[in-house]
Design a protein around this ligand. Structure first.
Ligand SMILES: *Cc1c(COP(=O)(O)O)cnc(C)c1O
Length: 362
């Protein structure tokens, strides 16, 4: 079976060598040697000033909203993974959706101002598929209305924009190191920010609010990454250049062979060094997508409708129409993309898609 993604497993000896260190140290969590080493290596690899690794990629979003949401309205995108919206609701804030740009599929920065009210506290936007939002305009708007900017950068491992890490934009960025992501710790994630005082606050929030063992700065949560997770991260990280290069080959193949007279790919923002994290294609219609999906499934190929249904249709929210998202989300399919996807698999995927789209008119 060919699935949309496949977790990268480092050589078992690499993982065992890291786990051996945990046994030698007799230390499993509370920011041991492996977690702190992983943070140092990630700072270097990503060229970011600060990072706090956490136990998954959702808690950093919740922590950022705990700090900046203040129970108010949070402007956000309907085209993302559910964690973006559910975190807003979980933190007792109100999601206010702003439609997406039809080509970049990121939040449409030109529609943000119209959604701002006196109750707006923050903007939580997703660099969807690792494609940067219009960070400059968003920053201008945030400054004008004194709003905080949080980026769900779960897909952005290694992405740079204007020659610096995309994680350096906004007040806070979050990332996911889930098993399905480009770089992973099995489960894991991180919060990133440039400001040192803010970093300290975020650190305290992720560690129960502890001030030493007996005192507390305030309320906090437990979002600490364990040594076992860091062991996986340290075993995967040395292979990251290989992972990205192999994924690039798959992306190049799709770009060269898919029939783009009937399909569209997303537009990656100018001046972006992208990470090949997903391969979404946009069909002319949902019927066409469903026909392609059926034929692929019949051939044991399982792509994924990612992100569908869009988040403005979540059952626990009052429905709002988002014309662009509502028309595009049903037509987006993410194609298989992972290390080890063979050329013959790719040939089959591409020929099936190209055949079906010519036979199914829009
Ligand atoms: C994966 C993902 C998350 C959640 O990360 P976890 O590590 O699974 O908690 C959040 N937002 C987006 C856009 C994601 O793709």
């Amino acid at each position: 079976m060919i699935t949309v993604t496949k977790t990268f497993f480092p050589p078992l000896e690499d993982y065992q060598a890291q786990v051996q260190r945990i046994w030698d140290n007799q230390w499993l969590t509370n920011r041991g040697a492996l977690v702190t080493e992983l943070e140092e290596k990630l700072k270097k690899h990503l060229t970011v000033p600060n990072i706090i690794v956490m136990t998954n990629g959702t808690l950093p979003i919740q922590i950022a909203l705990k700090l900046f949401g203040n129970g108010g309205e949070v402007i956000t995108t309907p085209f993302s993974y559910v964690a973006t919206t559910s975190s807003i609701v979980w933190e007792n804030c109100t999601p206010v959706f702003v439609d997406i740009h039809p080509e970049y599929l990121t939040i449409d920065e030109n529609k943000i101002e119209a959604a701002i009210t006196p109750n707006t506290t923050a903007i939580l936007a997703t660099h969807v598929y690792g494609n940067p939002c219009n960070v400059e305009i968003i920053e201008q708007i945030a400054n004008k209305y004194q709003l905080k900017v949080i980026y769900d950068a779960a897909h952005c491992f290694g992405v740079s924009y204007n020659k610096q890490s995309i994680f350096n934009y906004g007040d806070i960025s979050t990332c996911s190191f889930h098993a399905t992501k480009l770089f992973h710790c099995g489960e894991g994630g991180a919060i990133l920010c440039k400001d040192e005082a803010l970093l300290k606050t975020l650190f305290n929030l992720h560690n129960f609010g502890h001030k030493g063992t007996l005192e507390f700065y305030g309320v906090g949560i437990n979002a600490k990454m364990s040594e076992l997770q860091a062991a996986m991260g340290l075993a995967v990280l040395p292979h990251i250049d290989f992972i990205v290069a192999e994924r690039k080959k798959v992306v190049d193949y799709y770009n060269a062979k898919l029939d783009f007279t009937r399909l569209k790919k997303i537009k990656i923002r100018e001046n972006t060094n992208w990470n090949y994290s997903y391969y979404p294609v946009i069909f002319e219609s949902e019927e066409q997508l469903l026909a392609v999906q059926q034929v692929l499934n019949d051939n044991n190929i399982i792509p994924r409708r990612y992100f569908y249904p869009s988040l403005n249709t979540l059952p626990y929210l009052t429905k709002v129409a988002m014309p662009i998202t509502d028309s595009i989300a049903p037509c987006v399919l993410c194609l298989p993309l992972y290390v080890g996807l063979s050329e013959s698999d790719l040939e089959l995927i591409v020929s099936l898609i190209n055949t079906v789209i010519t036979s199914v008119a829009k």
